[in-house]
Design a protein around this ligand. Sequence first.
Ligand SMILES: [Fe+2]
Ligand SMILES: [Fe+2]
Length: 403
Amino acid sequence: MSETTPLTNRLAGLVNRLPARVRDTVDRYLEVIDLARELKDPKVARSLAPAGLRGLILRRGKQGTPTQFPASHNAHFDWTYPADHDDMRDLYDRAKRAQWDGATYLPWQTSVDPMNPEVPILPDGYFDFSILEDAAGVRLTAQQQLAFKHSLTAWMLSQFLHGEQGALLVASQLVNPVPELDCKKYASTQVVDEARHVEVFHRYLDTKLEKLYQVNDNLYVIIDALMVDSRWDMKFLGMQIMVEGLALGAFGTMYRITKEPLLKQLLKMVIQDEARHVHYGVLALREHIVEHLSESERREREQWAFEVALLMRNRFMAYEVYEEWFEGQVTRDVWRRFVSDSPGMREFRNVMFSRLVPNLREIGLLSERIQRDYERVGLMKYFGGLAADRLTGESMLRELDAA
Ligand SMILES: [Fe+2]
Ligand SMILES: [Fe+2]
């Protein structure tokens, strides 16, 4: 994914002649235009455009003030208290048994020093610093490389934290509209899981890395779109399948590569919770999509999932770190190449999609029509993987430990 975006390509020469500050702003707007052009389906574009305006242009997530979202979904009551979903009841029982206390269960006494090369948070070779040197003449010393890894780790964990806040609020919304009582009971356990994830990620960032980054604009757009969409199955698809599925892959990669023991244990616990959340999404959506949606509704969701997957693959460029470290010294174009082509970031993307794509297949959103699009963008290698209903947190961790 080393290509620059088409419009940016065409105007690169012009943009590069502008003063650094102006150039970076213009480049940001060109990216927004490219993003709008990438959204091929008008229904998908319409559903994401208002959130895109608030996130990418107005940068609502970066104003330093709380954000209010109007929520408008149905609340479904059933006064007969049926036992209406066996698999979900089983998942609910597992969730109750697997609760843990974020304050006492993790070894918070561990001293974490991101500048200690003996206990690296990210391994050597994770970044290819020669890209910055060859393209922009910027060479980082060993100490600077450690400090940079500290920043990038804090950036990633900050985005995990913002995603967890999104999951907390969306999960709490989902208790209302799902029709089955067994689903509501399960959904309530996810709410407390997500609160715990917010607690532990925030504590780690605050007291161990001592650094917190603002929400990435693209993550903001997805959270915004899901908060205001009144269709419960779209919230499910966006949060439980897309965001949680990709996060699960990202947590797994970080768990596998980090040598920092507190973070490793934290991720191990979070992965086991998240595996249930994605399982829940697959169970809830599988029947709904196949049995209750018209073909045109199914198709809209299939297209939406594909286009959001692409956005998530192409747009998480850690510009917040760029602005702190290299703005004015390195062009955004070179930065995009550095982020896209670094070996660790490539692995992140691969693992994320290996978790997501099988779940889309399992819920009926990978028809032959859309498979051609996935093939075009190189994601077909994940078609045959196991979906979340066949995986547990324990089996995922075993696989990661063996890798
Ligand atoms: Fe979570
Ligand atoms: Fe979750």
